[in-house]
Design a protein around this ligand. Structure first.
Ligand code: GLO
Ligand code: MG
Length: 343
């Protein structure tokens, strides 16, 4: 069965170019303008934070509900679908020291209430997927929190949401660092270990971002394979990363083509996308781009994915198997590199 891949990104992936060291370099497109780009660039899925959907996640529920219904209408009118909602727990001052793992009972209460509203928002805009990127669930210094209690709090948070709505699925998007020095659940392996301790392990899976695996010193395609084997790879954030530095969110494949090829290979060969999973691209336009040219990172990433897909599909599998059997990995190296070079 040939997979017809569907692509997604979030409104934050079209942005004004500010970074921790300098202000915006281009005007922000409005949300309505951003929505118009999706189909034009070849995308069908929209990823959301809770407050990408509603004006403020702290507004009274009646206001949030009408905002969410309006967004649902905008999506329906454009033939777009919501892929997931992620509560943006790391920007509110309540989450200054983490949200789920905060030492403050008040902050944890806020977090749970807000997360339940994110579930309600997801229901209105038509998705069952709740993404947990636990941005500040870690420490800058080890002594700041109780590390064992923190793991328990993450499980309790998942249990509360899984019980709150029996239809939702939780997708953990793990990242080893940034903004924190050390995250408590740094990799997909750690997260899927916790998934099995929840009240509904079958509704807990993963979203794997290439850069996050790389920052953990791991190969993204192997991380994806680990989740695929468990039938728990429910979304991806493809992008690229030049070594172990800050999360660069470069266009997919622009740093290491072979590493990107291997991600497409593992996805394609294991039926990713056949149950409606999206190919998400969590990429950022370079700060130097002009406003008119600030969506190229999205179309380029999609194009690179599709070209690598052609290469995966045209690779001589028999040859690969023969070289595996004869353990001639030097020849296999050359085969792959030649294939990537179109030789
Ligand atoms: C940052 C993450 C972030 C998430 C997004 C959705 O490193 O990749 O962009 O993907 O907030 O959870
Ligand atoms: Mg991401």
């Amino acid at each position: 069965m040939t997979t017809n891949y569907r692509f997604s990104f979030g409104p934050w992936n079209i942005h004004s170019g500010s970074d921790p060291f300098g202000p915006a370099m281009r005007d922000e497109f409005t949300f309505a303008e951003k929505l118009e780009f999706y189909k034009k660039l070849g995308f069908d899925g929209v990823q959301f934070h809770d407050d990408d959907v509603v004006t403020s996640a702290d507004d009274p529920w009646t206001k949030q509900e009408s905002d969410a219904k309006r967004v649902r209408q905008l999506l329906d009118e454009r033939g777009l679908v919501a892929e997931f909602v992620a509560p943006r727990l790391w920007e509110n001052e309540m989450g200054i020291d983490g949200s789920i793992t905060s030492n403050s009972p008040e902050a944890r209460k806020y977090t749970l209430e807000r997360s339940k509203r994110a579930v309600d928002i997801a229901q209105i805009i038509g998705t069952k997927n709740i993404v947990l990127w636990p941005a500040r669930e870690g420490t800058y210094m080890r002594e700041a929190k109780d590390p064992v209690a923190s793991i328990g709090r993450l499980v309790e948070w998942m249990n509360a949401l899984l019980e709150y709505n029996k239809d939702i699925r939780i997708l953990g998007e793990m990242k080893p660092n940034e903004p924190m020095d050390q995250a408590y659940v740094p990799t997909v392996g750690h997260f899927l270990g916790l998934a099995s301790l929840t009240v509904a392990p079958s509704r807990v899976g993963a979203l794997i971002e290439s850069a996050h695996s790389i920052l953990a010193g791991l190969d993204p395609s192997d991380d994806m394979a680990y989740a695929l084997y468990q039938k728990k790879l429910w979304s991806v954030h493809l992008n690229d990363q030049n070594g172990l530095k800050f999360d660069e969110d470069k266009s997919f494949g622009v740093v290491d083509l072979r590493r990107a090829f291997n991600q497409v290979w593992v996805l394609e060969r294991n039926g990713y996308g056949q149950n409606g999973e999206f190919v998400g691209l969590d990429v950022k336009a370079l700060r130097t781009q002009s406003k008119e040219k600030s969506t190229k990172h999205l179309s380029n990433s999609r194009e690179i994915f599709l070209k690598l897909l052609d290469l995966v599909r045209s690779l001589d599998v028999k040859k690969v198997e023969g070289l595996r059997a004869s353990r001639d990995y030097e020849e296999l190296d050359l085969l792959i590199v030649n294939h990537l070079m179109g030789k």
